[in-house]
Design a protein around this ligand. Structure first.
Ligand code: PDD
Length: 286
């Protein structure tokens, strides 16, 4: 079935959904994005994603082509039109198509931003990996310094996933100055002696919306959380580990660079947090 896609104010069949070859997203990766998951036809953490989008746009001096209220309506309309029960909504806003290639930003009054949203139907909650856990390898973090802005510059994360695949693993954790920053498309956590350890916020990592929710639920459940950097050696000696993202929720990690954690099975903290996150997010979904 052909999807209905949203492009610059119009709902179009996917074959007719097009942007210009001069679009700055295409030429300069001059764009930001968000991924919001859908469970039971409802949006998870929409407000968090909308707020982060506004921040990403502001950090890049990019005007928003849509109000956050209208954006919620577009998300809901896409869910309706595509009969989406479970999956994701991908949103991208770029600095538009100025009609030529020029490093200098175009005047936003003359060149409006491009906005595109599409749905991806996918099983997210009941996935086998949640029961078996995933394996990660470590790779150098050679990305730019503003990883707190959710830009579409995803070539290195994409290469990281390929490196993981080539090594027989599922994903990669990126390491800078000996410390883990984050996963290629998720935030990284270890658990040691009952403590949940995850890197503190800063420009070195994306401020995950799932991270914020999971840490809040963990604290509400009286779990101890330490927001600080950890090394890959610490990770290999951890009792358990996991990652969080909008599309994977809380996903257990069972090995790091070939070293099994604990008994090699998903740990109890990750399992519990996944359950709490899914329960609470379903309740709050809009
Ligand atoms: N990725 N860190 C990075 C580098 C990410 O790309 C993501 C999200 C996260 C987790 O953020 P959140 O919890 O807000 O999804 C952390 C999305 C899902 C993606 O690129 O598909």
């Amino acid at each position: 079935m052909s999807r209905t896609v949203y492009v610059n104010g119009e709902y179009l069949p996917e074959a007719e959904a097009k942007v210009s070859v001069f679009d700055r997203g295409f030429l300069f990766a001059d764009g930001v994005y968000e991924v919001t998951s859908v469970l039971g036809g409802k949006l998870l953490d929409f407000e968090g994603h909308a707020k982060r989008l506004e921040r990403s746009l502001a950090e890049l001096d990019m005007p928003s082509p849509i109000s956050m209220e209208d954006l919620l309506e577009v998300h809901r309309e896409l869910v309706r039109r595509n009969d989406l029960d479970e999956g994701m909504i991908y949103l991208q806003i770029t600095r538009g198509a100025a009609g030529d290639r020029d490093f200098v930003f175009p005047d936003p009054e003359v060149t409006p931003p491009t906005i595109v949203l599409f749905t991806q139907s996918k099983t997210l909650a009941d996935v086998p990996a949640a029961k078996t856990g995933i394996k990660v390898i470590s790779i150098d973090d050679i990305r730019w310094g503003r990883r707190d802005i959710k830009t579409v510059q995803l070539l290195y994360p994409s290469m990281g996933k390929m490196m993981a695949k080539a090594a027989g693993a599922d994903d990669a954790w990126m390491v800078e100055d000996g410390e883990v920053t984050e996963g290629t498309s998720n935030n990284a956590y270890i658990v040691k002696d009952g403590k949940i350890i995850t890197r503190h916020l800063g420009s070195e990592i994306l401020h995950g919306i799932t991270r914020a929710a999971v840490l809040r639920f963990a604290r509400e459940a009286q779990m101890v959380v330490e927001e600080r950097a950890f090394t890959i050696e610490e990770a290999k000696e951890a009792d358990e580990a996991f990652v969080t993202s909008a599309s994977s929720f809380v996903m257990p990690v069972v090995s790091v660079d070939g070293v099994s954690l604990g008994d090699g099975m998903p740990g109890p903290v990750a399992a519990r947090l996944r359950e709490i996150y899914l329960d609470e997010s379903r309740k709050a979904a809009v």
